[in-house]
Ligand binder design. Structure first.
Ligand code: CP
Ligand code: NVA
Length: 306
């Protein structure tokens, strides 16, 4: 059992599969879980903007009979008015859990160090583990056994690609990150993913050539400029243009599923034709954020219920 969910590495293969199974159960039988978090309050702290994460946690917690308290980027900016340590010490006296979207992963590790209640990472510079759970829940729904799949991520090698590659490795999915030179995933996280993949008979690759995505079942896009990066989008369009998720790339790779964590820039990293087309599972993927997170919260806050 794990106390916090910061990198996603807290789950081994069995734990991840169990959690995805619970997510399917909660999605299929919501009324059976309507009191799973009764009497529990969860503080959601956001240092960055959000649509999906904020709402899927808030509404999801409500559907489990719990209570969510949102702190926005002014009141949730840890270290500004008081230290991260004092945020953790205070919040843990009232709340049963903390969900935090932060700039620096170290903010999460400090929160976890001083919080006596579980801390969940809802995006940082290095990881977006709740997103990856929803993504693999979606792939399971589409294909069943994800260990037979190849997933190709195209774009910048950062938080979303890291969490995808770690969970892919964990679940035995072949994974390739197709990123322009200079925007590859973090070398240490890649090494970790390679080691986990080797134990599960899967492969993890990084390439700057879109040909590496040929044979993938699913293609995955993310924004070319992440939150907190002040580079104008116009400035990176040339660098990333070969990595756009469009109909030609779908044909070239033979993929039949398209994912995007959103928010999406239409006609930039993904075309509307693909985003709204038959291969797109992007809205199902967004819906699954709530089911995957609910499974995580029940597992962390009320394990006897599982
Ligand atoms: N995918 C995702 O985390 O979306 P938000 O930034 O809107 O929460
Ligand atoms: N890589 C993106 C993901 C948004 C959900 C970002 O960090 O902004």
């Amino acid at each position: 059992m794990f106390n916090h969910f910061l990198s996603g590495l807290e789950l081994d293969q069995q734990g991840a599969l169990k959690l995805l199974n619970l997510a399917q159960q909660i999605k299929a039988h919501p009324f059976e879980y309507s009191q799973a978090l009764a009497g529990k309050s969860i503080v959601t702290l956001f240092e960055k903007p959000s649509l999906r994460t904020r709402l899927s946690f808030d509404i999801g917690i409500n559907k489990l009979g719990g209570h969510a308290v949102y702190l926005d980027s002014q009141n949730g900016a840890m270290g500004a008015r008081e230290s991260v340590k004092d945020f953790a010490l205070n919040i843990a006296t009232w709340a049963d859990g903390i969900v935090a979207r932060v700039f620096q992963h170290t903010t999460l590790t400090t929160l976890a160090e001083f919080s006596s209640v579980p801390v969940v990472n809802s995006l940082c510079d290095l990881y977006h583990p709740c997103q990856a759970l929803a993504d693999f829940l979606t792939l399971q729904q589409v294909y069943g056994d994800v260990s037979q799949l190849k997933l190709a991520y195209l774009g910048e090698g950062n938080n979303v690609s890291h969490s995808l590659m770690l969970l892919a490795a964990n679940l035995g999915t072949d994974f390739v990150a197709v990123c322009p030179k200079g925007s590859s995933p973090d070398a240490q996280i890649l090494k970790q993913a390679e080691q986990i993949a080797a134990m599960n008979g899967a492969s993890v690759m990084v390439s700057d050539r879109v040909e590496a995505a040929v044979g993938a079942n699913a293609l995955y896009a993310d924004t070319w400029v992440s939150m907190g990066d002040n580079t104008p989008l116009e400035q990176v369009k040339e660098k990333y243009k070969a990595y756009q998720l469009n109909t030609a790339l779908l044909k070239q790779t033979g993929a039949d599923t398209v994912l995007h964590c959103q928010p999406a820039h239409r006609e930039v990293e993904i075309t509307s034709e693909v985003m709204d087309g038959p291969a797109s599972k992007i809205i199902q993927q967004a819906e699954n954020r709530m089911h995957a997170q609910n499974a995580l919260l029940v597992t962390l806050l009320n394990p006897n219920f599982v």
